[in-house]
Design a protein around this ligand. Sequence first.
Ligand SMILES: [Zn+2]
Length: 302
Amino acid sequence: MSRLYYVVLFFICSATAVATTCQHQRVKVQVLGSGGPELSDGRASSSYLIWLDNKGVVLIDAGAGSSLNYEKSGAELVDLQMIAFTHFHVDHSADFPAFIKAFYFTERTQNLLVFGPEGNHFMPSASEFTNRLLGSRGAYAYLNDYLNKEAASPFKIISQNIAGVKRRPEAVYASHSIALFAIPVHHGSLPALAWRVELAGCAISFSGDMSNRYQTLVKLAQQTDILIAHNAIPETMQGAGRALHMPPSEIGKIARQAGVKKLILSHRMRRTLGKEQISSRFIKQAYQGPLVYANDMDVFSP
Ligand SMILES: [Zn+2]
């Protein structure tokens, strides 16, 4: 689709979102994974399920353990319209094939949309990631019918790679009820995206893992009802951790500049667990709005 289409779509969707007040009772976001890649943080890895009218419609990331927590959530796989990945680190994507196989046991006939960043020398794009798992020569080639257009299967997986531009959020998807926007964020050498989901007049944004070197999240999260930001490092962290992630003070600045209405801290790791008080102090230097630390299965309304 042309760039002009996205520009027009973005302004149409933005206008719609601005014109409508958030219908709080229709929308929820559930934390399926509030942890990072450690297997010692007592948490599933990154994943969030967005509910609209009591249906789980959008999944952001599918880290390890998210499929089990998805099951606990009581959501129905036939309702899931799309999975949007922030990036393809293990702690954001490992359970993806578990979700795909589980569809086999449902009555699903609707295609599943899969969005994720474009690839580079280091990481596959969303479509390559899907192909390397489910392609005819993939690790799970026995599930290839979901990709192969010639094969008979009740539905197909449709992947889309999002390059994005740093100047403004890109409209990635829009239906009568859901709009998705993405913007590139800096996460070391990995292509990575932050996501904004608009539905029923509400906006929920997700930082994914990022350092804020690009300073793009603030554009995406403007006036968002909820921002789920990743609290992967403590304020004092330097070195590789700091090159990949944002410290609490940075999260606070972004939340203030974007006018975030509720800030939720997730992707909690052993290096940040137990430091909530000090992290909150750094965040509150800039942002005085509601601030919550997420646990697995928590449900938040905008
Ligand atoms: Zn991560």
